[in-house]
Design a protein around this ligand. Sequence first.
Ligand code: AGP
Length: 634
Amino acid sequence: MCGIFGYTGKKEAQSLILEGLKRLEYRGYDSSGVAVQNGTHHIFFRKTHGKIRNLEEILKSHPLKGTTAIGHTRWATHGTPNTLNAHPHLDNEGEIAVVHNGIIENYSELKETLKKQGVRFRSQTDTEVVVHLVAKYYRGDLETAVRQALRRIRGTYAIAVISSREPGRIVAAKLDSPLVVGLGREENFLASDVSALLEHTKRVIYVENHEMIVLSKNSVRITDLAGKPIDRKPVTIDWDVSRAKKGGFPHYMLKEIFEQPGIVTAILRERVNASVIRFDELKVAPAEFKKIKKITIIACGTAYHAGLTGKYILESIAGIPVNVDTSSEFRYRNPKVDSGTLVITVSQSGETADTLAGLREAKAKGALTMAICNVLGSSMSREAKGVIYTHAGPEIAVASTKAYTAQLSIFYLFALYLAGIYRTLPSASIRRFLKELFRVPSLMQKVLDDYKRDAKDWESNAHDFNRRYHAQLEKYFSEASHERKRSPNGFFMYLGRGINFPNALEGALKLKEISYIPAEGYAAGEMKHGPIALIDENPWVICLAPRSSIYEKMISNMQEIKARGGILIPIVTEGDKEIHRLKPLYSIEVPRVEEIFSPLVTVIPLQLIAYCVAREFGEDIDQPRNLAKSVTVE
Ligand code: AGP
């Protein structure tokens, strides 16, 4: 939920720290700070609430000199987002500074004990106990002091610590929050993820749980918490900085929406050769999958919607029973999983706390575990028995798009892979499915090309919604309060059936998380069981109605909505004439695609609707309020 960055080397650190924090700002952005060793007996620091540009302004007028520094951008978990609670936190002597990503679960008791020993606390944060513990144990060696402090701590952390008494040295440690070291020439870096390192180096070392790092400009030493040295080979990252930039798009989210056809193509080409499907990194033998009787998929948010779609895919192609659970429910309900269950965790970041905890619960119960992750070396990818990387590249926008279609792509390939192992499909059928799947990226591209061609229409439709939205609100507030029956209903309803039902949930999530407008997704068949009561002139009803085995059912749903004055925006297959009888406000056409692969295509208009509405409302599309890219706390 926060981003940390550290530098020690031959250059002035201040601007490097700022640039690194900007790359990490999507992890949390309610306050930030930097601490520098400058050769005196004190650590110098600057910190402030708000986005990193506020810190940048302060440093312009009050710069910090020094070549060893640590920085932090925060998403508050304990203590309101303000300057006092911003990191770094210093000990009472001002000689030691700490930045931290994670949660110290026993901070209250530690704080009380330290206060009784005369320690003065300045902030409301859990993190501050760390720096006072380090100061308490400091006897001339920072590494030892950090090690002793960590023995007192329960919780999760990625921390970086500097002391004015040990110039040129950073001590860092990790438990359940991501931390990676970047290796340079006469300089070394550390960060919460690789996107902050790529402009300096592509050679990185992933820090594992219960490990400590001592960084100086010419050396990186890894040990376990007992001090035993660890030899970890660096990996070379294949992302370059340009890919982590916006590439000319106004927002990361739009860039990432447009990246999707290319990413799905790359996934298919990388994983399929002459109809043979390969998962080189998986490290689970086919014989282990043969012992599986059922699959449980756990995930959160958009990844959960990918898991729901994965259920339809796996059951229809691989013929194996699949349950899907939100991670936060799975982990606390004493789930019935065992050695006959394959538990798949789906996670873009590979760090989501609830999903990571669910993975651990599944392992403790003897289940075979597999992670579908986007971030190489993430906690989930290293703790699951097997991993399949989506290789979607860095997803910077908080609203997940390309990770979603990459996850779906992996589910298609994995289902076909299992169908080969379980022999639920003849090879000829597997080949036919793969042939059709390889066509899909071009159909996704067609939707994006149409959007570019019709961008003005999309913009005017979003403006039209904005006008209607405010007209409804004005009408409501113009009525005398005793005349008001109820507030205008939720403004968007998303309906889908069958394999497109999860996309209805995903479309609603995309809209609400970046435009803050009420939106709900439903299985269309559920309308009669309550939701249809919401229909009047208010909600805009987005209906996923591509040509499919349940197309007629969707038409009936839309007739019922129309009959009650609802506003229809159907997503239909190109050339659909029947839809016009329903006089939709407007319809969005997608190319014809085999029903089972249709979610890869129908999700794109949903992503674009959310994007256009949020842009029309002037919201912060890439960093929506209250959210962070990776929810690494419960
Ligand atoms: C999706 O747009 C949201 N940002 C959020 O629901 C996200 O999908 C969820 O937090 C899971 O994240 P993960 O894929 O990194 O585990």
